[in-house]
Design a protein around this ligand. Structure first.
Ligand code: AMP
Ligand code: ZN
Length: 113
């Protein structure tokens, strides 16, 4: 498996892991664009949002539930944060294993660039 995020999930490439369970892993982005920048990924290799199927609904729900739990645990739930999942070229996706960006610690702009 040549996927970078599969290797991180398998522990073959080091990462600053903030949560891991049977379905998901969350780790700090190597090139943060906010004071807190965490990536939440499913252990299952799913290349893009376009590849999601109905049976993934619970898994995707777990990504969001865990993001909210991390926001509480790390102390920025009330101030706020942004969750982003990029898809393909125009979305700016560069790693083709779906991941939810959790961005916090500064005010976000809207519309996004
Ligand atoms: P995206 O552009 O939405 O596909 O996001 C990919 C993200 O993965 C970027 O924010 C990168 O900084 C991040 N990234 C790439 N390699 C690593 C790595 N080895 N460990 C942690 N984050 C990474
Ligand atoms: Zn993968």
């Amino acid at each position: 498996m040549s996927c970078l995020f599969c290797k991180i999930a398998a522990g073959e490439i080091p990462a600053q892991v903030v949560h891991a369970d049977a379905d998901l892993i969350a780790f700090r982005d190597i090139s943060p664009v906010a004071p807190t920048h965490i990536l939440l990924i499913p252990r299952e290799h799913i290349p893009t949002v376009n590849h999601l199927e109905a049976h993934h609904a619970e898994l995707v729900g777990k990504l969001y539930l865990r993001a909210g739990e991390l926001a509480e645990r790390l102390g920025f739930a009330d101030n706020g944060y942004r969750l982003v999942m990029n898809a393909n070229r125009d979305g700016g996706q560069t790693v083709f294993h779906i991941h939810l960006h959790l961005l916090a610690g500064r005010a976000m702009q809207w519309p996004p660039g």
